[in-house]
Design a protein around this ligand. Structure first.
Ligand SMILES: Nc1ncnc2c1ncn2[C@@H]1O[C@H](COP(=O)(O)OP(=O)(O)OP(=O)(O)O)[C@@H](O)[C@H]1O
Ligand SMILES: [Mg+2]
Length: 271
């Protein structure tokens, strides 16, 4: 699905956010990325969802060299990739149905996108997506009246409506409480299993990553510190990953919780 060969991203000619990274992600894989603040997780994501191009190296998506795409062909590939953000980028004043259907905007001609703002086209589709995330009754509610966790579900429903091949989630649960966070991570995993999507998620919570993902990557200083099945990640790996971080000075270096899964009340690491 993705093949990265010595991919780097350098900002302003001096900040090396991602440093000659090699990575292979197969179709249908589910993987979590963890690492301290500033490790390069979001930058890597923005390259994976084609928001920014690598400074150097080769980035293949489904064998397409996406570093070389532009214009219409770039937009076509972007449509195959869905992104769920921490700030879910919903329009608060609109009804939920419109926010969900905006997942389709990339695929719709403009006239149809505009019409959907007046009269919900394919409300059925939105209803179905909302049912999958457990809040169908919110279809016609104003988005801003929903709780944070419910809004995050709306953002996931919007991604489902987009029907991408890959779901990228950058800290999708940082703004909801820990119990809800576990629920949303599980929901994304279940949905990606049911619909055979590739799922890549950035997480500040090591516990969530280890409890729910078969593959966990630790990023440090723009490089891969480890890339392992969750069961093989040790406290030593985590200590190396977070060495010198604020979490370490606060003696909050995460360690493997026993037993797994779900120490959902664990506070998140620094952001
Ligand atoms: N647009 C930008 N311009 C300049 N520097 C940037 C830009 N985006 C990120 N950086 C820098 O790149 C490095 C990696 O940032 P990035 O946001 O990828 O980290 P992160 O792992 O997502 O951190 P966090 O866990 O806090 O979200 C940081 O040093 C950051 O300051
Ligand atoms: Mg980030």
């Amino acid at each position: 699905m993705y093949l990265l060969d010595r991919v780097s991203k350098v900002f302003d000619g001096r900040t090396i956010a991602v440093n000659e990274l090699d990575l292979k992600v197969r179709r249908g894989e589910k993987l979590a990325m963890i690492g301290q603040s500033g490790a390069g997780k979001t930058t890597l994501f923005r390259m994976l969802n084609l928001t920014i191009p690598p400074t150097s190296g080769t980035l293949l998506f489904d064998r397409l060299d996406i570093g070389r795409l532009a214009g219409r062909r770039l937009r076509e590939v972007r449509r195959r990739i869905g992104t769920v953000y921490q700030q879910h980028n919903l329009v608060p004043r609109l009804q939920v149905v419109h926010n969900v259907l905006s997942g389709k905007l990339g695929a719709w001609p403009l006239w149809r996108a505009v019409r959907s703002l007046i009269r919900p086209a394919e409300a059925e589709l939105a209803y179905e997506a909302l049912s999958q995330v457990g809040i169908p009754e919110k279809l016609y509610d104003r988005t801003e009246t929903l709780s944070g966790g419910q809004q995050q579900r709306v953002a996931i429903a919007r991604t489902l409506v987009q029907n991408p091949e890959v779901i990228l989630a950058d800290e999708p649960v940082s703004s909801v409480d820990p119990a809800l966070a576990a629920g949303i991570v599980k929901l994304l995993i279940e949905l990606s299993e049911t619909y055979r999507k590739t799922l890549i998620m950035n997480l500040h919570s090591v516990d969530l990553a280890l409890a729910h993902f078969p593959r966990v990557i630790g990023l440090r200083d723009g490089k891969i510190s480890f890339d392992l099945p969750a069961a093989e990640v040790t406290d030593d790996h985590l200590a190396t990953l977070y060495a010198g971080s604020e979490a370490e000075t606060a003696e909050e270096v995460p360690s493997r919780a026993e037993p797994h899964p779900v120490r959902s009340c664990q506070p998140h690491l620094t952001s």
